[in-house]
Structures are given as C-alpha cells and as structure tokens.
Design a protein around this ligand. Structure first.
Ligand SMILES: Nc1ncnc2c1ncn2[C@@H]1O[C@H](COP(=O)(O)OP(=O)(O)O)[C@@H](O)[C@H]1O
Ligand SMILES: [Mg+2]
Length: 479
C-alpha cells in the first residue's frame, strides 16, 4: 500500500506536469517536423518525376517526328511500336501516341489503339501545350499524366501521352517516414527520461520545503533546508532558512519575555503574600506593625502597577504605525523642565545637576516621548549615583543630529553588562534594584521612544567612576 502511494506520488503534481509538458512539446514538434518533411519530400519527388516525364515525353516526341507521316505503313508502324514499347519498359510507364485528332495510334498496353482518348491533358497537348497532372485512379492508385505535342516547325502532328504510377514514390516516402517515426519514438523516450530526472531536481527541494513548512506549522521552528546553486528555488530555500532563524529568535524572545514577566510579577506578589499571611496569623499585632506591613503591601502593589503600566506601554510602542505627535519643540526648555521636575529627588541625595546649553535647539519632535526618555535617563542618573554626586547635562549639535548628553559620577556599569542594559527587565544589580524600585523596563522603553524618531541612544560607563548616556536625535525630523 505504502509503495503504491509512493509510486503515485512520483507521478502526481509538479513532476507529472513537467514531464507531460515536455512530452507534449516534443510530441508536437515531432508531429510538425514529420508533416513538414513528408510534405516537402512529396513535393520534391513528384516535381522531379514530373520534370523527368516531361523531358522524356519531349525526347520521344522528337524521336517519333520523322516517322509520324508514315505511321500507317506497316513497317514504320512496327518500328515505332517497338521504340514505344522499349521506352515504356524503360520508364515503367504506359506510353501512347495519338494523331492530330486524339486518336490513339500506338499504346504500349495495346488496348486503346484506334480509339479516341478524351483525357484533358491530351486535348491540351494537341493545342500545343506541355501538360503534367496528378490523378487518383481507384485501380492503380496515384498516377501522373503527362502529354506533349509532336510538332514540326510549329505544326502540331500528334501527341505523346504518358501515364506513370506515383505509388513507388509514395511508398518510398512512407518508408522514410517510418524510419523517422522510430527515431521520434526514441527521442520521446529520451525526453521522458530526461524530463523525469529534471522534474525531480525541481520538485525535490519543493517537497522538502513543504515538509519543513508542515513541521513549522506544528510549532517546530528549528527547520532548515539544504540549499544548492543559485536559482529561484534555492533562493526560496535561503529565504526560508532566514525566516526560520528569525522565527526561532522571536519565539525564544517570546518565551523569555513571558518567563521574565511572570518572574517580575511574582516577586511583589510573594512579598504581599508573606506580609498579609503574617498579619493574619499573628494575633494582637501592635498597630504600628500593622500599619508598616500595610504600607509595605501598598508599595508592592504600586510596584506591580508600575510594571504592568510599563509593560502595556512597551507593547503599545511595538505596534506598527504608531502615531508620533511631532511639534516644534524648544529642546533646551524641555530639558530644564525635566530637571526641575526631578530636582526634589536629586536634592534628597544632595546631588547637583548642572546643565550646559552649548546650543539652543528648536526642532520638530514628539515632545512627550522625548520628555519621557529624559525622565528615564536623568532619573537613572539620580538613582544610580550615590549621595553628594554630580550630574552634568549638555546639549549640542553634531552633523545632522543634536545630542543630549547625561553624565553622572555614580556607580557605573560593568563593561560586560553594558550590552544588555537596554533589554527588558535587565538590571545590573538585582538586589539593589528592588530597593530603588526599578522595573528594568525604563531603558528598553527609552530606546524604543528614541528609535521611533530616527534617533539613537548610546552609553559609556566605568564602574565607580560614572556613566554617560548620549541621546542623538535628527535636527531635521522626517515627519
Ligand atoms: N546612570 C546609570 N548608572 C548606573 N547604572 C545604570 C544607569 N542607568 C541604568 N543603569 C543600569 O541599567 C539598568 C536598566 O535600567 P532601566 O531600564 O532604566 O531599569 P531600572 O528600572 O532598573 O532603572 C539599571 O537597573 C541599572 O543597573
Ligand atoms: Mg530606570
């Protein structure tokens, strides 16, 4: 059963279509060539025959001319009959000689002598024309009638009439065509074989691709197909491999994201659980402890809310066709506003914030999104700088961009962690982050916000010396 299915499979679909198309094409070509060859052979042979019969007839007419006046004498008649007989055998044709009125004087077949022959060719020859025409006789098959006049100085004295069978020619052509048909059959067989192999070359990779796609539909994203050569099908294979690699990545990211989110949500939830359980199980808890625990629960709930808000915002940012609200913005003023809104936080740690306005920048940008980015980056600088630290902010332009530089002299980031700080939920010091209340989403959101406006965010850092963030945004926004 399986074998039968396999065999059917071999002949269905693309393979079969290719093989049958090739066969059909070759068959039609052969048919065309066949009819062309047989037709031109026929025309050639028949023409040759016609020319040779006409020439022969004229030669006979010339040879008979001296005798035609005395044809009634027995001696002459016998002699002429003898000539005609021999020519008839030589030409394998029936040869007749008629007088001026179309009456047959000599017939190599000896049947029409003395009778009038009413053939059109003869009548035309007696009018002085050389005539040759093909006929089909039920008894003899295809024949050619040829008639030429016997003339002396323009005077018509009679005619030579030859009837010659064409059957030999046609059987010759038939034999040639039979040989040709055998050759055609072989070429068809070879075509079938080659096209089958060729179809296999084409359909095999497609079958493999289909298999791989089916597996992908079952969720197995790690599919790769082997690729040879550089044609459309191998390009398809390459594109497919690229797609699966990408899909694998996306799938991995998705898993990691879900794992991260669950983990991040679980941490505050377990804190809440521990706090509330201890409240439930402890009798006579002093009011202050109660309050303290409830405050802790409250702050954990705030944290949960913050994480969820940030997550929803991130998801929003990743949507396609996100709306950017471009407005003409005086960036220096925007920075000043963010600094004064964060000043209370900095003051708490006695951190000094300086702002050097090397240039006044006024550009089109999404004000709200840039403001949020600045709050994140300057907020981080405050968060990750110990008391009495310094934060230095600058604005200047550089080629087609303007740059907002935020430099702190805080704890810094280890070099091997730098590549990851823009990842979701990534925090260098997990324990400290819990204290500082970070979610690890801030820089990830910031990077997206800046990228949406064709900008870029870069970082330099040295542990215990400080960190510098550069936000680059185009001076001429492609609104
Ligand atoms: N100015 C900085 N100095 C030192 N470390 C920083 C600074 N900014 C960011 N980081 C590191 O990058 C991590 C990711 O930052 P972010 O995405 O804003 O998350 P968080 O919510 O922790 O602030 C932080 O947890 C911190 O470890
Ligand atoms: Mg942050």
């Amino acid at each position: 059963m399986v074998i039968i299915l396999e065999r059917n499979k071999k002949l269905t679909g693309l393979r079969w279509k290719l093989v049958s198309t090739y066969l059909l094409l070759v068959f039609l070509t052969i048919l065309l060539i066949n009819s062309f060859i047989s037709e031109s052979l026929r025309i050639n042979y028949v023409n040759e025959k016609k020319i040779s019969l006409l020439t022969q007839s004229n030669i006979i007419a010339d040879r008979l001319l001296p005798y035609i006046y005395e044809i009634n004498s027995k001696y002459v008649n016998e002699m002429v009959t003898d000539i005609v007989m021999r020519l008839s055998i030589e030409l394998k044709s029936r040869v007749m000689v008629s007088d001026l009125n179309g009456k047959i004087l000599i017939d190599s077949y000896n049947t029409f002598e003395g009778e009038r022959l009413n053939e059109e060719e003869l009548s035309l020859a007696l009018l002085g024309k050389n005539v040759a025409k093909q006929h089909f006789l039920p008894k003899y098959g295809r024949v050619m009638y040829v008639a030429v006049p016997i003339t002396n100085k323009g005077r018509i004295l009679g005619a030579v009439f030859i009837s010659s069978s064409l059957e030999e020619i046609f059987s010759n052509i038939k034999r040639t065509m039979e040989k040709f048909m055998i050759l055609s059959f072989f070429s068809l067989a070879i075509t079938a074989f080659i096209s089958f192999v060729f179809a296999d070359i084409i359909s095999n990779p497609i079958e493999k691709l289909t298999e791989a796609v089916k597996k992908m539909a079952q969720g197995k994203f790690n599919q790769k197909v082997e690729v040879y050569g550089n044609d459309e099908i191998s390009n398809l294979g390459r594109a497919f491999n690229l797609m699966t690699t990408k899909l694998e990545q996306v799938d991995k990211q998705r898993r990691e994201f879900v794992a991260n989110v669950s983990h991040e949500l679980r941490t505050p939830l377990s804190s809440i659980k521990v706090l509330s359980e201890s409240l439930i199980h402890q009798d006579d808890t002093p009011k202050e402890i109660y309050k303290e625990f409830l405050r802790d629960i409250d702050s954990e709930v705030d944290r949960l809310n913050k994480i969820i808000d940030n997550l929803l915002y991130l998801v929003d940012l990743e949507k396609e066709n996100i709306h950017l609200d471009y407005q003409l913005t005086y960036v220096n003023y925007l920075i000043q506003k963010v600094i004064s809104s964060l000043k209370p936080l900095a003051d708490k740690k006695n951190i000094e914030i300086s702002f050097v306005e090397k240039e006044k920048i006024q550009v089109m940008l999404d004000k709200f999104k840039v403001q949020q980015s600045l709050i994140n980056v300057i907020g981080n600088a405050i968060k990750y700088t110990p008391e009495n630290g310094k934060i230095h902010i600058e604005i200047y332009s550089e080629q087609n961009n303007f740059v907002i530089k935020v430099k702190d002299n805080g704890i810094g980031i280890p070099e091997d962690e730098l590549p990851f700080i823009f990842d979701r939920f990534y925090r260098v010091d997990k324990a400290r982050a819990r204290k500082t209340g970070g979610t690890g989403l801030g820089l990830s959101i910031t990077q997206q916000l800046i990228a949406l406006q064709q900008g870029e965010i870069k970082v330099e850092s040295e542990v215990n010396k400080g960190t510098t963030f550069y936000i680059l945004l185009p001076l001429k926004a492609a609104v």
